[in-house]
Design a protein around this ligand. Sequence first.
Ligand SMILES: C[S@@+](CC[C@H](N)C(=O)[O-])C[C@H]1O[C@@H](n2cnc3c(N)ncnc32)[C@H](O)[C@@H]1O
Length: 302
Amino acid sequence: MNSNGLAINNHVIPLNMTVINRTAYDEVDYPSYVYPQTHPDRLATIATLLGMNPAPVEACRVLEMGCGAGGNLIPMAFDLSESSFVGVDLAGSAIAQGWELIAALGLKNISLQQLDVMAFPCELGQFDYIIAHGLFSWVPEVVRDRILAICRAHLAAQGVAYISYNAYPGCRLREIARDIMRFHSKDKHQAAEKVGQSRAVIKWIAEAQVQTNSYANFLTEMNNRLMKRDEGSIYHDELADVNVPLYFHEFAAQAHKHGLQFLSEADYFERSADSSFTVEAARQLDQIGEEDTLAESNIWIS
Ligand SMILES: C[S@@+](CC[C@H](N)C(=O)[O-])C[C@H]1O[C@@H](n2cnc3c(N)ncnc32)[C@H](O)[C@@H]1O
C-alpha cells in the first residue's frame, strides 16, 4: 500500500476518505456466493458469439459494485492471476471479511474497498468487465442512475457490463409474500425476530389453506423456500425497505439513456425461448424480437 492508495498490478487505487456509517449489511451479513453468470469468461464468450472483440479474460480488469464479502470476485481473482479485480461495497464489515480471505489466499491481484458508489472516484479508470449482481433493485433511484453512469464512464472499449435486477411481472408473486411478511414483522426490531415472524406467518397461511389453487400452491412453495433460505438473505431481500423490481422495458430505457446498449441475457440459452417454452411459443417469441422478451439478468455494452 502507498500513501495514496492500494496498488494492484501497478494500478494505484485511491482510498476512499469519506466516512461511511454502519449499514444494515454491517448488522446482518448477506451470504456471499459465487454467481457463474457474472464470470468474465461467460461475458466474454457471449460477447464474442455476438460479434464483439472483448478483452481476454486471462488479462483483463474487472470491477464489481456491491461486491459484499467478495464471495463472487475472490474466486475469479484466484483463478485469473494475470487479471486484476476491484470490488466496492458500502458495508465495511463485508469488505473486512473479504480482505481476510484475500490475505489467507495471498492474492495480489484484487482490492476490495468500502465505498459508496455515489462517491465512485474517476481515478479507478477503465474496466473490461463490470459486474453489479443483486445491487440495482436494492438501491434508491439516484443510486441506480449512478450505477448506469459508472458503467458508461468506466467501461473500456469493447467492455461488457453485467447487471441483474428483480424483474416484473414475475416479481408480482414474490411481492405477495413480501407484503405479508413485512406487515406481520413490522413491530419487531431485531433481524432474527423479523425473519422468525416472517417465516412463521407464511407457514401458518400456507398450512391454513383448504383449497388447492394457485394461491395455495404459491404459499406452499414460498414456505418451503423460506425454510431453506439463509436468514440474512430473507432479511435483506424479502424484508428490505428498498426492493424495486422493474420491467425489462423500464430497465432498458434507463440504460439507453446512459448510452448503454443491450447485448444479451447472461444465460445465453435464454436468448432463445426454446429452453423454457413450447416449440410454438418459442417460435412466436423469436418473431417478437429479443428486446421485447422478459429478462432479469442482462449484459450491456457502452
Ligand atoms: C443484496 S446485497 C448483494 C450482495 C452481492 N452482490 C450478491 O449478489 O450476493 C447488496 C449489496 O450492495 C451493497 N450496497 C448497497 N448500496 C450500496 C452503495 N450505495 N454503494 C456500494 N454498495 C452498496 C450492500 O452493502 C450489499 O453488500
